[in-house]
Design a protein. Structure first.
Length: 432
């Protein structure tokens, strides 16, 4: 657990909670990793001249050698109350302290959302991640940072691919030992881990070990810790490359069967959805969630809502969210569209994979809800639904219509299996 990490503890301010800031900008002072001597002169001057200094108790200890007559306040609990603290002292010179780099999974990100970067002055420093990689002399430009701070341990699943280098933020629940056991149980016991403790402190310790050694370790771990993991699978596991095999999804039926958009169709659907950074998508009639899950894995910075009315299928979607580690950007909505969609963010793209026999009404609703330039993709497997999609696209010369007939050889029997023919359409909201 590293104290610079706020993701998962600090709730994202809601629109109604945003603070209209007046007065001089808030100074955000990054303290680095336990090396107060590494503070720049501007950072020292900022702390010395502040009227209000806010930080964790150990932050205030780190800067105690800097002469200041400021009122010193500790972070409130819950942290969201910091908004009220800032509002009370608005107009005074305020310095907010953070470990490591405050703009890297830190309080600086929270303040950006609360008051806007135009009301902040940021004084940077070295992050714990940078310090950790230098401690083991490994390049880190290709590393993936994973926050387990206040998140399910299964969040790791989306990042477990052969030869990936991960930097993992821990917390009091997701401890190094539990992370090691998780890797072992998921088939990644061959990975190499570096346990990094108290980075930059006099008690700093960086230990390279196997996953098994991490699990069996009996000596206590310093509260301030993180893990570096070079991922190695014991056998072939889930690939990050598009096209998750059907049998890897939980469908409530035999592997590869059940209410699932099959891989060949799913890849075509996703190529027509064209996931982009920052987009919001709706998956109406999500089935087992295969489209939502794979959309989210392609588009980590987008958000998709999996809308499903069947309770058993909702349970399957939740299992697949956990299995593939996409908690951060898949939201499960259990209910009937369109009513279940009323309070959702306006979508950039909608996929209709199921409509409970009301495809015509669902298309009309979805078309109204799209943002300008948004994309609507839908599938049909019956003659009636194909006719409805054909009518929906008839006047749009830019509409895409794809018909697919897939035959697959089954590895267990070597027999062939012909899937139901599928029609897939895509319309863009500003098409003529």
């Amino acid at each position: 657990m590293v104290s610079e990490l706020f993701t998962g503890i600090f709730a994202k301010p809601m629109k109604s909670d945003l603070l209209i800031w007046q007065g001089e900008p808030i100074a955000v002072v990054s303290l680095g990793c336990g090396r107060s001597s590494a503070l720049s002169q501007p950072a020292i001057d900022t702390i010395a001249n502040a009227e209000i200094i806010i930080g964790a108790p150990h932050h205030l200890e780190e800067v105690a050698h800097i002469h200041s007559s400021a009122l010193k306040l500790t972070y409130p609990s819950p942290f969201s109350l910091l908004r009220e603290t800032l509002e009370i002292h608005m107009g005074k010179s305020i310095a907010v302290l953070a470990s490591g780099d405050a703009l890297f999974y830190g309080v600086g990100s929270w303040l950006n959302r609360l008051v806007g970067n135009q009301n902040l002055v940021s004084l940077g420093n070295v992050s714990s991640i940078q310090t950790a990689f230098h401690a083991v002399a490994l390049p880190w430009q290709s590393a993936t940072v994973v926050s387990l701070h206040g998140r399910p341990l299964s969040t790791l699943n989306r990042h477990l691919t052969e030869n990936a280098m991960l930097a993992v933020f821990t917390d009091g629940t997701n401890t190094p030992a539990k992370i090691g056991a998780f890797l072992q149980n998921r088939g990644y016991g061959a990975s190499t881990v570096w346990l990094c403790e108290a980075l930059g402190d006099e008690h700093e310790a960086v230990t390279r070990m196997t996953v098994g050694e991490l699990v069996d370790r009996t000596c206590p771990v310093h509260d301030l810790n993180l893990l570096l993991v070079l991922v190695k699978a014991d056998s072939v596991r889930i690939s990050l490359f598009p096209g998750i095999p059907d049998h890897q999804f939980e469908t409530g039926a035999a592997p590869g069967y059940g209410m699932i958009t099959k891989r060949e169709v799913r890849l075509t659907v996703l190529s027509m959805m064209q996931p982009q950074y920052g987009e919001v998508a709706w998956d109406i009639g999500a089935g087992c969630g295969s489209v939502s899950v794979e959309w989210a894995r392609w588009n980590e910075r987008g958000n998709i809502f999996a809308i499903e009315s069947n309770p058993e299928r909702c349970e399957l979607i939740q299992k697949n969210i956990e299995k593939f580690g996409v908690h951060a950007n898949v939201d499960l909505i259990c209910g009937h569209a369109p009513d279940a969609c009323r309070d959702l963010p306006q979508p950039d793209v909608i996929f209709i994979g199921g409509s409970d026999g009301a495809l015509s009404d669902m298309l009309a609703f979805a078309w109204r809800m799209l943002r300008p330039g948004g994309k609507l993709v839908a599938t049909a497997v019956t003659d009636k639904s194909r006719e409805i999609l054909s009518s929906f696209c008839r006047e749009d010369i830019d509409a895409e219509v794809v018909s697919m007939r897939v035959e697959k050889r089954l590895p267990e029997t070597l027999d062939s299996r012909e899937l139901k023919p599928v029609t897939i359409v895509r319309r863009t909201c500003n098409s003529v």
